[in-house]
Design a protein around this ligand. Sequence first.
Ligand code: SF4
Ligand code: FES
Length: 747
Amino acid sequence: MADIEIEIDGNIINAKAGEMLIAVTDREGISVPRFCYHKKLSIAANCRMCLVDVEGAPKPQPACSTPISDGMKIHTQNDKAKASQKAVMEFLLINHPLDCPICDQGGECELQDVAMDHGSDVSRFTEGKRIVADSDIGALIQTDMTRCIHCTRCVRFGAEVAGIMEMGGTGRGEDMKIEPFLAEGIQSELSGNMIDVCPVGALTSKPFRYELRSWQMNAVSNVARHDLVGSNIYTQTYKGRVKRIVAKDNESVNETWISDRDRFSYEGLSHENRLLVPKIKVEGAWQEVEWNVALDFAVRGLEKNVRQADQLGALSSNTATLEEFYLLQKILRGTGSENIDHRLNVKDIDNTISLESNIKLAGLEGVDHALVIGSNLRLEQPMINHRLRKASLSGASIDVINAMAFDFNYRINSENIIAPNQTALTLASILKSVLKSAHTEVPEYLGNAEVTEIATQLANQLTDSDNSVIILGEHVINNPQALSISNLISEIAQKTNSTILNVSATANSMAAGLAHFVPGKGGLDVNAMLAANLNAYILLDIYPQYDFHHSVQAIEALSNDDTFVISLNSFKDDVVSEYSDVLLPIASFYETSGSHVNVEGKVQSFTAAVNAPSDAKPAWKVLKVLADLLELPGFHYADSMQVTSEIMHKSYKQHVHDENIDITVKRGVNVIWQKSPYAVDVLSRHAVSLQDTKIGQINSASMNKATAKKLEITQGDNYLGVPVSISESVANSCVFVNANHAIRGQS
Ligand code: SF4
Ligand code: FES
């Protein structure tokens, strides 16, 4: 588009021909009122609030849908523009209730703000106002539809961004209503964004209802740590408590949107289950003590129980901050132990995924083809899925290889439901097809792979695309051939010039890698530690019945009478209390400073939005003091930023895996186990409203009839403590367990 000159309110402005006028005025800081326009949604031009005077046009024109052209002269403030805006405002207020004093949107309401500028203080409308009955649309969004001004932002958000049209307009004229189409209400994993886009108080946050006015709260920039994106957010606080979370714009990370998990999990912070006071176990009984007593007890316990350095181990959940990972590994290495790990949910560390991503989040929306392997991407990484959906809407073709059919919110080119024990063979067939078409020598290990029609199609898609990506999800980490799958993907990506996005480990797992929170030379990984019956552990925010793959073995190993366990936890947990000797209460999300590392390696640091409740302290401070008491050198940090800067000056060699590829099909039933989307971390599990949603209640062991018969179970039985759901959408010889509660006894 060519550069042109236009005149707005007497000022000459350079712009691109064809740009919408409102985009130019926004860029230039010229205020034009609007309701239906939203920079990330399509243009509806239905509210008419943005009318401006364009010289030569017979009537005022809506700035949101008027493309500019060279020499155009626009007046946003002259009498004609102002009169039009005032008339529209009066029209919109005809049916709007005068309930600002009890409306949660008060103080951040676009209608209220625009009415102050363009409305009249006297209403000429004496007839009765329209009333619209509310419907309960779920646990997260409160409706007051009498306030709705039919801007359709929420409808367009559903159709264009969330990818499921759950809200729509029904009726005409006076009878028009915006309402959900289905009785189950709004269930999208991105639904909370409708609250943000609604310009009035028709859609507000249900958990926040009647809590506070927006101007009473402080807004602190923060980063969400529930997935691999690190969405930017504002934590809104009042009197030292997090009261609400809203999205913060960051075009390269989360654009304008956040997932419901990032928005509503803060509710867990005020759960009665928070661990608030340090405790020590003396002769089997818990005593609440001061911090110095607890830390002294911890240090003496370590001195007494750890005779050799390699008898101490450190384990952490993936929700720790970069700095917490770093300090804990530094303590262990300071004492001489290399027994350090965060990969608690991995069944066999020597046989798992080891792939580096090489595509940016924003780059994902520019791909022309994607092959998704082993992922329910929409619920695992909602914002990454959103980027891929954008690519799909721009014409990208998307193929999927999964063990179960999932509900994608974009068109899937081919959905290949393949048993986990066939995944390596399928990828081998794809690789063989790629090599054959390139007339390249086929290595011996691909000998058994038959080039099937599906493999050829999937291979051709990758080869023929200019900008393709292979996305690897969580379902593959415990595949018996995970390492082979990893190596095959690497080969396919290289031969087809595809990029890789590895989302098989989530939350802040990238930070664990950056902080070198893995065993060093001679050190034990998580499973080896548990098998070795170590004498002492330092555990960082671990809830074993959720976090470990081998949860039964983990609890047994940690409960050993001779094992001294120091647990730093943000929430109380009976199992943790049972095996621990010291319980140190730590800050949870938003209560500590630190950094998140996202899937593209971007380090985003944040400060604490509030202090941790009662005696709980940020884990990085606890670890620093523990190191001082252990008389370890190099822990003189005044704040967490000093830790961050130390980390950034180090570089660790990436683990290089062997090139082993095994494509033989192993017989037997494979279990894919995955935590439900709102059970991924301890904070989300305590967020009551999230748990009340349909996604929060996902809890099933899905298998097809043939597998159920093989396992001699039927619909409604329990498998691994989860209700069995028989569905032909699951591959043969596969059980897909999606659990929202603690699991014991995984195979
Ligand atoms: S509910 Fe809000 S966003 Fe939706 S149409 Fe009504 S005013 Fe617009
Ligand atoms: S903002 Fe332009 S018509 Fe609604």
